[in-house]
Design a protein around this ligand. Structure first.
Ligand SMILES: Cc1cc2nc3c(=O)[nH]c(=O)nc-3n(C[C@H](O)[C@H](O)[C@H](O)COP(=O)(O)O)c2cc1C
Length: 350
């Protein structure tokens, strides 16, 4: 008789702790952070969304030079978007002209493509063969699911509602991240233009436990050992934590971003479409405050993401947090500024 399938995700992956250190594209998920998390017995995750195929392979090589433990790669599922209308682009240019002037940037030139070629990224993932491939913003096409399974890669989708979780389960994923409204960074909502369902992690978990049969991974606002215990007791097999790791020594978090994260333990966050065109949660700043009042001057995702990239990069280079996406969850408390291994040790000390 064949052995029964093991539905325990972290045992299957041979993890010491039921923890995924969240994929955080755009810098924080450095090679050092991913390798440190995996080496410490959690699952480190590369946020590969903004990386091309060669960069994904080079990143994975570097992680493997540091650890032989399993790790994950994460990408954004692409959606076709209509051509950016000229009048809309004009409004976006006008609304951001003052920031570009302050940052001494030339007028923006926006042209498609607005994001990396997903199929080329996915081919790179298949060549790398990480233990896990995770994704946000929708379903992975069936042929991609087949190819990943053939390569022995476990698949993790992301849901913000029970309906999204059901669709992911039906598509054949091995586990699902349930991302609550508390979570830092982009909301994983399938439809970029839809209203945010705003479901908290504990409510979402309660809706899915007993209904969804694949392992559930809780994400959003988890900061402490008791937060972890509560999520596991409520039916999650694993937790995924992002914000708690942003100030670790290994994280690639930029200096002005880091400064904002640690200057107070009461980080004031909210969700905004201002930076990328998709809802994402971050610490309130001037760009968010001013742009949120001008929804007609915000382009669709991912065009807005490309459109604001020069502003965010110049803001980082000048050490200014005013125009940066300061992704952070609602979790309170001082962020750990030592090594990721020490933080993992403290989180699972009992
Ligand atoms: C800086 C940052 C970047 C993120 N980038 C990604 C990403 O590239 N892919 C992804 O699936 N989730 C991303 N997330 C969301 C995390 O996967 C996770 O849902 C979130 O961090 C959990 O909430 P917490 O930050 O309160 O722990 C990001 C989160 C942060 C804080």
């Amino acid at each position: 008789m064949p052995a029964a399938a093991d539905h325990n995700l972290f045992r299957q992956l041979g993890l010491k702790h039921p923890l995924i250190v969240a994929p955080m594209a755009g810098g924080p998920s450095s090679v050092d952070l991913v390798a440190a998390a995996s080496a410490a017995g959690a699952l480190g995750a590369m946020g590969g969304a903004y990386s091309n195929a060669a960069a994904i392979e080079a990143f994975a090589d570097q992680v493997r030079q540091r650890t032989d433990r399993p790790f994950s790669i994460n990408l954004f599922i692409p959606h076709s978007i209509p051509e950016v209308a000229a009048d809309r682009l004009q409004r976006a240019v006008a609304a951001t002209a003052r920031y570009r002037e302050e940052l001494e940037l030339p007028s923006p030139q926006l042209a498609a493509p607005y994001e990396e070629d997903f199929d080329a990224q996915f081919e790179a993932v298949l060549r790398v063969k990480p233990a896990c491939f995770s994704f946000v913003f929708g379903l992975l096409p069936i042929d991609h699911i087949r190819e990943a399974k053939k390569a022995g890669i476990s698949l993790i989708g992301t849901a913000t509602t029970l309906e999204e979780a059901r669709a992911l389960e039906d598509s054949g994923v091995d586990a699902i991240v349930l991302q609550g409204f508390e979570a830092g960074g982009h909301r994983g909502i399938f439809d970029a233009g839809a209203a945010d369902p705003e479901i908290g992690m504990r409510d979402l978990l309660a809706q899915c436990v007993g209904t969804i049969r694949v392992p559930l991974i809780a994400a959003g606002g988890i900061m402490t050992p008791s937060d972890i215990r509560a999520a596991l007791q409520a039916g999650a097999q694993v937790v995924q934590m992002g914000t708690a790791f942003l100030a670790c020594t290994e994280a690639g978090t930029s200096a002005p971003y880091r400064k904002k994260l640690v200057e107070t333990s009461e980080r004031r966050t909210r969700t905004t479409r201002a930076f990328s065109g998709r809802f994402a949660r971050g610490i309130e700043n001037r760009f968010m405050d001013e742009m949120d009042g001008k929804p007609d001057a915000i382009l669709a995702f991912p065009a807005q993401n490309k459109f604001t990239r020069d502003i965010r990069a110049a803001s980082t280079a000048k050490g200014l947090p005013d125009f940066l996406s300061l992704w952070s969850g609602t979790g309170r408390g001082e962020l750990w500024q030592g090594s990721a291994a020490e933080l993992i040790g403290r989180l699972f000390a009992e």
